[in-house]
Design a protein around this ligand. Structure first.
Ligand code: MN
Length: 336
């Protein structure tokens, strides 16, 4: 869905106080997308501020330091006229900014533009009009690249410089899990950007190395210790509970060898989160889609909000982790 053109975005941002906002727990894709867009706006002589709701992960912090990309945490939204959001489209993913954001949007005190590659629905922040949403894109950086750089671009498109190409490569490599999932288009966009970035593949890899801090390390090891292995016919499921970093932990638990990983916990906001991951070969063989086959039925049962892709998705709502995990397990038992 693409309700916007480049010139419309420029027109909306001109002479406005522009905020480029990532999702909570800003990751490489979200952060690099915002950074790409800041460079694009700079070329149009439009100043902007990059912000993260509160937490930024180690990899995103590393790239911001290495490339000198400044950002602020926990921005005061009332200081801005227009907010461009990258790699998210649900109020829940705004973390601590959710309340003030919703308040300003409802009073029409800020304008919002969404750039996202996740599945959108009517509960999203914006799903028609001021948005560029394309689920066929493997990262938001790839979406930005295609939005800004037209297919017939000249070799040196003035709106797209080598740093932006590099940021695109980092976002694609990260969000494809180092090309565990991809498409011919994602490969070719990556190849073009790598060439135009004037950097090597090793340079891109260096930024996507899985550095994690001790808080993430402990969350993972505790979750591994508490995990339960459930076999539903041929399907091997791993479930666990942890209060932080559920999506990171779910990815890691899946990599231990399960077909599906489900990790639940109560967040600071007191809401319960369920992060789900599914193995890509398994998905293909079983025509399985986490959003369609697990999270939509879960939402019908428990309410809440959902988002994500076929292989990586999240539910958030009211309940205890035990209730949510057992409801999810029941749904999977019926499916298989
Ligand atoms: Mn992404």
């Amino acid at each position: 869905m693409n309700g916007l053109s480049k010139s419309k975005v420029i027109q909306l941002c001109k002479n406005k106080r522009v905020l480029l906002l990532t999702h909570e727990h800003a990751d490489l894709d979200s952060f690099c997308s915002a950074a790409m867009f800041q460079r694009f706006l700079n070329k149009q002589k439009i100043n902007s501020t990059i912000a993260v709701p509160s937490h930024i992960n180690e990899q995103a912090k590393h790239i911001s330091e290495s490339l000198n990309i400044n950002y602020i945490s926990n921005p005061n939204l009332t200081n801005f006229d227009i907010v461009l959001i990258f790699d998210l489209n649900s109020f829940e993913q705004l973390g601590s900014l959710k309340e003030s954001f919703m308040n300003l949007v409802s009073k029409k005190l800020i304008e919002v533009i969404v750039f996202d590659h996740h599945v959108s629905n009517k509960n999203c922040i914006v799903y028609t009009g001021n948005c560029v949403i394309d689920e066929t894109m493997f990262s938001t950086t790839q979406l930005i690249y295609n939005f800004l750089d037209t297919p017939n671009t000249k070799p040196k498109s003035k709106d797209f410089d080598s740093v932006m190409h590099f940021l695109n490569c980092v976002g694609i490599l990260e969000d494809t899990g180092h090309f565990i999932v991809s498409s011919s288009k994602a490969f070719s966009d990556f190849a073009i950007s790598l060439k135009k970035s004037n950097k090597s593949y090793a340079d891109v890899l260096a930024f996507t190395k899985n550095e994690f801090d001790n808080a993430e390390r402990l969350a993972l090891l505790k979750a591994a210790q508490r995990s339960q292995i459930i076999q539903i016919k041929e399907v091997v499921l791993i479930t666990s509970e942890v209060s932080f970093f559920q999506s990171f932990v779910a990815t890691k638990l899946l990599n231990f060898g399960a077909h599906i990983a489900l990790v639940s916990g109560i967040e600071k906001s007191k809401l319960c989160v369920l992060s789900a991951r599914a193995d890509s070969l398994f998905k293909e063989k079983n025509n399985f889609n986490l959003v369609r086959d697990l999270l939509i039925p879960l939402k019908e049962k428990l309410g809440g909000e959902i988002g994500g892709h076929s292989g990586a998705a999240q539910w958030k709502g009211k309940g205890t982790p035990q209730e949510v995990l057992s409801a999810a397990t029941e749904i999977l038992k019926k499916r298989f």
